[in-house]
Structure formats: C-alpha cells, structure tokens
Design a protein around this ligand. Structure first.
Ligand code: G6P
Length: 612
C-alpha cells in the first residue's frame, strides 16, 4: 500500500526513482511523485500512473544525486496532483514521502494551524512534514532528531523518507507498521518499501525494524537508531531475489505469468519438505514446536482476502487430517472482538505480503494472550514471519499481479503439509492414506500443467460471458473455498459482481437471482459430493441459468445439463482445489482482458494493505 523509493549517492537519482516506482507500482497506483534535491528541491507529482509522471517530467530539471519517490494508494484525500506525494513543509525546506496512516493527524493539524501553518492538500502526510518542521524550529535540532521527536508524537502506521534542503548530504528513513528496506552499495543507498527496486543495484540490505530510523549519508556512512534514540548495529542481509523473478518473462501480464508459474512454484514449496517414496514430511516450523502443535486444543487460522480463502481450506485440512478443532477468522474482526485465546491455541497467520495490517495486529493480540503464532507468508523477512514464533515460507517467488494466484496455491500446499505432518505425529492418518496424498502432491505440478491447457477453451467461454453483470460460483466441501476464490478473482479484476456460495446454500438466497442472464460456475471435481452437486445444477438449469461446470470427467448426465464443460485432471479430493482453481483464475483473467481492464493493477485495490 503506497510504494516508497529513495536514493542518495554518486549516481543520477531520477532514473533510479522512476524505475523503482514502476517496480513498486503494484502497491498503489493512483498518483505518483518525486522530489529531487540539487541546491533546491524540485517536486514533480501527478495523478495517475508512473508513466504519466514520467511524461510530465520530460524537459524538466531532474538532475540530482539524491531524491525520493512515491506511488500512492489514497487514504486521506482523493487521488489528485495536490494530494500526491512528496509533500513539502511550509518553508519549502523539508520534503517527505509516507506510506501508512497518521491517526492523530487531525489534532496535530489544528495545533499547527494555530501556529500559522497552512495546508494545501487533504493528506495526513502534509501534517507530518510540517510537524517535523515545527519540531526543528522549536528544538533547533538536526533533521534526524526532529524526525525522531515528531514520530514520538504520532499515532499510527508509517514508513517515511525525509530530506532537508539545509542538510543536502543525508536523508532519514523511519518505519512503524509499514515495511522498509535499505540497500547498501558502493554507489550509494537505495531505500524502498520492498526489495524489488533495489535488487539490480545491490544484494546487501538492512530491513528496518518497527520504531527504528536510519540516517544515510552521501559519504557512505549510516546509522540506525530506535525512536528511543538507542543505536542499533545493523544486520546486513543478502537478498536472494533474482531480477528475472520480478519481470514479466514474455507474458503480457504479471497475473498470467504467475498463473502459469504455479506448477513450478508448487514444486518449490514442497522441495525438501516431503518425500512420497519415503513417507515423510518435514516442516521446520512444525518440528520446532512439535509437542505444542500436536497437543494444541485448537487451531485458529487468520488472514484477509485471498489468504482467508486458503485459511478456510486450512480449517478443512486440519480437522480432516489432524483431527484438531480449527476455526477461521477474518483478521480485521478477530483483532477487535475480544476472542478467547489460550496458550493451548495455535494461531496460523496467512499472508502473501507478510505485511497486512489487520493480520499483523491479530497475531500481536493472540501473542499477548499466549497462543503459539505460526506465520505462513511469501515475502521473506516481512513483518509477520518476524513476529511469529515459527512458520513456513511459501516460496512462490515475488507475486506482483494485485490479484493473488500462485501465492494462494502455495499457501494451500503448505497447509496440507502442516496438516499431514501433525496428523502423522498424532497418528490420526493411516500410513497408506498419507502415502497416497504425498504421491498425489508430488504429481500436482504436472496435473496443474494439464489444467493450464484449458486456457484456449476458457478464453472462448470468457468471450461469451464477458458482458454478464453477475456471476455465481458454487461448490461443496473442499470446492466451496475455491468458489469463493473464483468469485473474488472475477470481482477484483473484471469488476463484474460475483459471489461464491456453498452449492446447497444457493436455495437460501442466490436462487432468486437466477434467470437466463446468470452464468453459474459449478465446481464438480469432488467425487463425494458429485450426485448432490448434479442436483444443484438441475435446479439452476430449471431456472434457465447458464452452466459452466469444472469436472474431472464427462458423463452423460453432466453433458446434458452444462452449457460448458471444463475438464481438469483428477486428484485426491483434498488436493482438488489446487487444480480446480486454475480455470477459474484463467476465466477471470480473460474476462478482464476482454473488458479492457488493467488486470495487474485493478482499480481501487492494492497488493499489500498496510493500513486497517
Ligand atoms: C489485498 C490484495 C489481495 C490479498 C489481500 C491479503 O486485498 O489485493 O490479493 O489477498 O490483500 O493480503 P496478504 O498479503 O495478507 O495475503
């Protein structure tokens, strides 16, 4: 949510900032801006995409060896040129970019107004930059000290970078609740919300911790302090990310690339963690806390968005295989509803980004109440893994398309492995069953590869239904969370209203919506519910709905009922979501493309939601 990039060093800053903003654009894309410091501060900002900002700066003064850049996802104030970052202080000396929300901005703003400050934008960020200015005036201190004092007055979440015209050889970066990485190279410092704008310049990075700030200088020196002014020795880490992982690799869109990466990244998630031949599963995080996990009275799975759908599958898997009660919680509700949590609970937090504000707050609350926290995240070094007692990375590689695809699949694979390992430890699964599932897991990549071959057929179906106003997705058992996820994908990127429902619940509401204009996607790949889902299909057919059925095989019955049959490979029922989801991801993708939507950057959404 909002992307931050900054550079100070020997090179020209502007091209580094623009390239960095393009890499970060998935975090927010309603406006963008840069500030360059070279004897004076030049601020250029524009509503719209980074490309519009780039266009706007053509022929303008952009030469400087230090600068800051921002791509915005609006919280306070509509997306326009004025509200775009960076924001200048009233004197014009200090300039700041910000990701997050300053919750007490209104009281600070009134106070500053009473001291004569004027505000041009509706943002909380302009309040913050003027607060820094006011502190500096009151305390006659350096920029870093003014930032530190100001941040101690602020309530909320932030990642900020600040420059001061009067201190042209340094910049200050700070964070609380929003991510920030500092890349260290011979040629200067690169600061960003994530590693993607940094990777091509250096592999040496420092992840700033919450309530810390860094002062980076043109001469190559830097220091990190807590907001309490305690100096920290920086832990320099090596980035494992590769440049080609964050590029489109010949695909037209990141989302399509990521859908097609699923066979490979699923194999990556399993590598070294299981063997079907030898019948073992080994998740480091589970091993570390084996006794506590196996003896847990309850699992609570918490997440937001797509990750919540994998959490729902996690509930089914854990109860089914490990026979431990499991509950699923929207992190945003869980954190505020005073739930009963004890030290006998294991709380699994699922998050692609590892930064979702509500999920983070949910685990902080559960940790205080003594639960064991297990993080399942994709972004290495992100906040949730760092806050968790134990965890497993999903190893899906960078996911840049805003609508999550491969991260979902890998979360489900990890949850399956955890459920199996606990089941094996507790003896709740027969060895033959375990072997069968492990064998099927090993064969998943090739079956998903097969499922991807439905692409051309799915595109044809997309052409028929691209103008639909509503879609219904129905599934039972393990296919119910897939129905939710299929509907979410369509909604997110094509702006068609879509709902996922348990197939039998259709009779309690959605059936009223069915007429000759309603396409209904049925997920019929679970053998145990096949007859029942056929009955549901008949109910839709009787009301003239259009039926798109995802099946494992074609029989006479389904052939006579469905308008379109998408055949995908069969696997054991608990793994079927990993195959069934593939044509639904493709359907959403093709419909969105046919409707002329921006699939990688759908309107109003952001990849990483670091505000509540
Ligand atoms: C946003 C994204 C979704 C994602 C959700 C949770 O809404 O657009 O794709 O599923 O956040 O994100 P997380 O990083 O916690 O999985």
């Amino acid at each position: 949510m909002c992307g931050i990039v900054a550079y100070i060093g020997k090179k020209e800053a502007f091209p580094i900032l623009i390239k960095g903003l393009k890499r970060l654009e998935y975090r927010g894309y309603d406006s963008a801006g840069v500030a360059l410091l070279n004897g004076s501060i030049h601020v250029y900002k524009k509503a719209g995409k980074v490309s519009e900002l780039e266009q706007f700066t053509l022929g303008k003064e952009v030469s400087a060896t230090m600068g800051i850049g921002h791509t915005r996802w609006a919280t306070h104030g509509v997306p326009n040129d004025t509200n775009a970052h960076p924001h200048l202080s009233n004197s014009g000396n200090i300039v700041l970019i910000h990701n997050g929300i300053i919750e007490n901005y209104s009281s600070i703003k009134s106070e500053l107004k009473s001291r004569g400050y004027q505000f041009h934008s509706e943002t909380d960020t302009e309040v913050l930059v003027n607060l820094v200015e006011e502190v500096q005036k009151q305390e006659s201190c350096t920029l870093d000290e003014a930032v530190r004092i100001a941040l101690n007055e602020v309530v909320g979440a932030y990642a900020i970078v600040v420059m001061d015209l009067r201190e042209p050889d340094m910049m200050v970066a700070a964070r609380k609740g929003s991510p920030m990485v500092i890349g260290i190279s011979e040629e200067g410092f690169h600061i960003a919300s994530d590693a993607s704008p940094i990777i091509e310049y250096t592999k040496n990075v420092v992840y700033l911790d919450d309530k810390e700030y860094a002062v980076v200088k043109r001469d190559g020196s830097f220091l990190i302090r807590t907001l309490g002014k305690v100096e920290k020795s920086p832990a320099i880490q090596k980035l494992e990310l590769k440049l080609d992982e964050i590029e489109k690799g010949g695909y037209e869109h990141y989302m399509l690339k990521e859908i097609h990466e699923q066979p490979r990244v699923i194999a990556d998630a399993m590598r070294g963690r299981m063997s079907a031949k030898e019948g073992w599963i080994k998740m480091g995080g589970v091993d570390e806390y084996a006794t506590r996990i196996e003896n847990a009275k309850r699992f609570i799975l918490t997440a937001c968005g797509t990750s919540w759908h994998s959490a729902l599958l996690g509930e089914y898997l854990i109860e089914d295989l490990a026979r431990i009660p499991a509950e699923v919680e929207y992190a945003s509700e869980f954190r505020y509803r005073n739930p009963i949590i004890t030290q006998n609970d294991v709380v699994i937090a699922l998050s692609q980004s590892g930064e979702t504000a509500d999920t983070l707050a949910a685990i902080e609350m559960a940790k205080e109440r003594q639960a064991l926290i297990y993080g399942i995240c994709n972004v290495i070094g992100s906040s949730i893994p760092r806050l968790s007692h134990a965890g497993s990375y999903t190893h899906a590689g960078p996911e840049i398309g805003v609508a999550s695809t491969k991260a979902f699949s890998n979360q489900v694979v990890i949850l399956t492995l955890i459920a199996l390992q606990v089941a094996q430890g507790k003896g709740t699964i027969a060895n033959s069953k375990l072997r069968e599932i492990l064998y099927e897991l090993e064969h998943l990549p090739e079956k998903i590869e097969e499922a991807l071959k439905t692409d051309a057929q799915v595109r044809k179906i997309a052409e028929i239904y691209k103008d639909a106003e509503n879609f219904l997705y129905l599934g039972r058992g393990y296919n119910f969370p897939v129905a939710l996820e299929g509907a979410l994908k369509l909604k997110e990127i094509s702006y068609i209203h879509a709902e996922g429902y348990p197939a039998a619940e259709m009779k309690h509401g959605p059936i009223a919506l069915i007429d000759e204009n309603m396409p209904v996607v049925f997920l019929c790949t679970n053998a145990s519910a096949y007859e029942k889902i056929i009955s549901n299909i008949q109910e839709v057919k009787a009301r003239k709905g259009h039926i798109i059925a995802v099946v494992n095989k074609v029989d006479e019955q389904i052939q006579s009922l469905a308008d379109h049959l998408i055949v995908v490979p069969e696997t054991t029922e608990i793994l079927s979501p990993l195959i069934t989801i593939v044509p639904l991801q493709l359907l959403a993708y093709h419909i969105a493309i046919l409707r002329g939507c921006n699939v990688d950057q759908p309107r109003n959404l952001a990849k990483s939601v670091t505000v509540e």
